[in-house]
Design a protein around this ligand. Structure first.
Ligand code: PGA
Length: 251
């Protein structure tokens, strides 16, 4: 089973466009085996499109608060997200780390809160640049983010390896180097959760995936799926990515 997660970022600006893109994407998916798709629109569009989500195309959120309730002006809790039909939350995306200075501590708390609410968490990790001690950066970021996760909840934990230099730049990583980095992430998962559990845990790739370059990644069984930003805003392009991402033996 592979996961393909659409991250719409701060698009589109209009309600009717959100409805159209979501509706068209669902219509193009049809019945699919071997793949699970989730679409993560901006918060305000979640209730607008939620009735269009299906068992084959989940609704997801791009972020969540770290607490279940309380005096946290402007925050949205994982329980609220679950209540309006979300199944999954992206946690620790590099744009949040960069633009709103989301700390490792907050990311750790958000991951725990998301899993505790019964949602899937897509935890993003990745180096800034592929230079210097970049491998150490991946190892330490992953170790810190998963530190407080209880073993009972790991069936709903997905990791997205997203090298920051590849996100939104049009410069995807190479499939071979992606696999090398995913194995680093998996080493940390093994230390924390044990080899058997870590082997099962999907580690996705994200960063400038499109309908052309997906084919090179799709043949690597170590890659557990894809987190797709710009390539998910066009239903036609996104459905090509999803079709290519399916594991051949499961289709
Ligand atoms: P991109 O974004 O596909 O536009 O590089 C990836 C992401 O938002 O995670």
């Amino acid at each position: 089973m592979r996961y393909v997660i659409a991250n719409w970022k701060m698009y589109p600006q209009r309600r009717e466009d959100a409805l159209r893109i979501f509706g068209d994407t669902v219509a193009m998916m049809g019945a699919m085996r071997g793949i699970r798709v989730a679409i993560c629109p901006p918060f305000v569009w979640l209730p607008v499109v939620s009735s269009l989500a299906k068992s084959t195309v989940w609704l997801g959120a791009q972020d969540s608060g770290w607490a279940d309730e309380g005096a946290f002006t402007g925050e949205i809790s994982p329980t609220m997200l679950k209540n309006i039909g979300c199944r999954l939350v992206i946690v620790g995306h590099s744009e949040r780390r960069t633009h709103v200075a989301e700390s490792q501590e907050i990311i750790r708390k958000k991951t725990v809160a998301t899993l505790r609410a019964g949602l899937f968490a897509v935890l993003c990790v990745g180096e800034q640049q592929r230079e210097g001690e970049w491998e150490k950066e991946i190892l330490e970021q992953t170790r810190s983010a998963i530190a407080d996760i209880a073993q009972d909840n790991i069936q709903r934990l997905l990791i997205a390896y997203e090298p920051v230099w590849a996100v939104g730049t049009g410069k995807a990583d190479s499939p071979k180097d992606t696999v090398t980095s995913i194995l680093l992430v998996r080493r940390v998962l093994k230390d924390k959760f044990g080899a058997a559990a870590a082997e099962q845990m999907p580690v996705l790739y994200g960063g400038s995936i499109n309908a052309q370059n997906i084919h090179g990644f799709a043949v690597e069984p170590e890659i557990g799926g894809f987190l797709v930003g710009h390539g998910s805003l066009d239903a036609g392009e996104f459905s090509k990515i999803v079709m290519a991402a399916r594991l051949k033996e499961e289709t």
